[in-house]
Design a protein around this ligand. Structure first.
Ligand code: HEC
Length: 110
């Protein structure tokens, strides 16, 4: 192998490494995003149960039957004051609309 050939081979190796490692980064970003989404939704678990699977007649509204769309509508209504409540209007003010969308997409029915 002459010098030119060797440096070309090295370039190809570097390009290939960069190309392959970009897949790792994408996978890690997706995992981080999924974790973030689930962590946001987990902030509801204290009251509404893990994955919104609450206990019937336990004094807390069951939210696991709501569709994603309906849940988001309720959350925004609590946030804006369009829907009255005790704790929910206070809590929902702490989230951005985008975060509420994420939460509804994790917990709501498709
Ligand atoms: C500290 C307890 C508590 C937490 C935490 C909590 N909620 Fe609630 N949630 C309530 C209560 C109590 C109500 C009844 C409305 C009210 O009084 O505010 C309610 C009502 C709701 C409703 C309306 C249900 C219906 O039948 O229309 C939805 C939807 C809801 N919560 C979703 C959520 C989501 C999503 C989260 C997390 C971002 C969350 N809640 C966090 C206590 C809580």
């Amino acid at each position: 192998m002459n010098g030119l050939c060797r440096s070309r081979a090295r370039l190809i190796a570097i390009a290939l490494t960069l190309f392959l490692s970009s897949f790792d980064v994408t996978a890690q970003n997706q995992q981080a995003q999924t974790l973030y989404n689930r962590a946001l939704a987990a902030t509801c678990a204290n009251c509404h149960g893990t994955d919104a699977k609450g206990i019937e007649n336990a004094g807390m509204p069951l939210i696991n039957q709501l569709t994603e769309k309906n849940m988001l509508t309720q959350l925004i209504a609590f946030k804006t004051g369009a829907r009255a409540g005790t704790i929910m209007p206070q809590l929902m003010k702490g989230y951005t609309d985008e975060q509420l969308q994420t939460i509804a997409s994790v917990l709501g029915q498709k």
